[in-house]
Design a protein around this ligand. Sequence first.
Ligand SMILES: Cc1cc2nc3c(=O)[nH]c(=O)nc-3n(C[C@H](O)[C@H](O)[C@H](O)COP(=O)(O)OP(=O)(O)OC[C@H]3O[C@@H](n4cnc5c(N)ncnc54)[C@H](O)[C@@H]3O)c2cc1C
Length: 422
Amino acid sequence: MIVVGAGIAGLVAARRLALGGREVTVLEASGRAGGQLARHTVGGLELDAGAESFATRGGTVAELAGRLGLGDDIVRPVDSPAWLYRADGTAMPLPSTSLLGIPAVPLARDVIDAIGMRAALRASLDLLLPSVVGAGSATLGELVRRRMGAAVLEQLVAPVVRGVHSADPDDLPVERAAPALRASLHREGSLSHAVAGIRASSPAGSQVAGIRGGMVRLVDRLLADLERFGVELRLHAAPQEVALDHVTVGAERLDGEVVVAAPRVGDAPGSTPETGRLISLVTLIVDRPELGAAPRGTGVLVELGAPGVRARALTHLTAKWPWIDESAGGFHALRLSYDGRFGGPEAISQAVADAGVLLGIPLDAPLDADAITWERAVPRTHSVDGMHYVGEAGAGTGLAAVIAQAESEAERLLGGGPEEQG
Ligand SMILES: Cc1cc2nc3c(=O)[nH]c(=O)nc-3n(C[C@H](O)[C@H](O)[C@H](O)COP(=O)(O)OP(=O)(O)OC[C@H]3O[C@@H](n4cnc5c(N)ncnc54)[C@H](O)[C@@H]3O)c2cc1C
């Protein structure tokens, strides 16, 4: 079988297929495997350059980590709320009981403090509205607006969704944002109770987890397994032609059932694949002992139109992940995200200025810095009948969704063969 693309989806599918006894070749266009899981070294610290955590729902990622021998290295972030930097230039912690910014208790003190009494009262109408109101909403934006009003959407949900999914809530299907939310709304009768129900089923602080040493260790372990199982990985190999039963790479034709694990590959002829949105990350290592008090918790999300900053989110890596703090020698690691392509010295000075505003502590030049730009996959719209697709373009953003789909598609290809023993 031929897997096109060696991101996490392609690697997981290839491993499962090889375990099922198939002969597998993986073709990767770039010079390294891992895709949006990658490492970089900044200020001597080895950090994730892409994804840095995973959603624990469903247990899929933890299960894979366990199978790869990383179960004991799964770590929790510090349980402290992220902050919000608001359009009026003030900063405050996000309401503590919420999901993607949607409050579980609309009239809680921290919700009233965040959006004001009038908007909180509007949000609490959610508890009185019939459960069908908004239940058929296609997007998260529509669902929240209809049940809780525009203030909750714009001031709480949008900054979180922009920070977490790099998307506007009005463009984000409910199922992609929170797979369990619609079913929970049906069951509980209101959006706030739906959020409370989901939160109760995963105790505080446990909705995301990471891996000591970085999420990218999943890639290291997957590659070791592929080598052990005799899978051939070819780098710098982007096929010119991708058909159901063969691909061509240069002058060579490779025959075998094809699994597409890369965006914009294997689309129906005549379609013009869209380029995904670009996001840039700037990582700073700074010497500022005052940051040891984690003045803005684990990080800050930025409301649209907030003054004086260009970043849309900041993660205080050394405040969020004890394993990073332990290896940082008292320095602080900050990661800021930006829309579009943003790099070079200009990006680094902008990030230093933004971090100062967002953390409320002006910063000097960093000890080291790195900027990197990523392209997020757009949903695949022109698939070919009979082609097997895995990965973000079909599964949605995030390791939990991508890994679960790659595992189940590989399983399906194997004809529902025996489950792998844990
Ligand atoms: C900055 C950032 C932060 C993130 N943070 C998180 C997070 O904290 N938690 C989380 O769960 N998710 C996070 N994500 C999302 C998550 O990383 C992705 O959803 C996931 O890694 C996608 O995996 P994939 O295999 O589908 O795609 P990719 O990782 O994009 O892999 C696709 C692969 O296909 C290759 N390819 C492309 N074209 C071709 C071709 N023509 N031929 C052969 N190969 C090709 C690419 O080079 C790449 O290696 C983050 C993503 C980014 C960029």
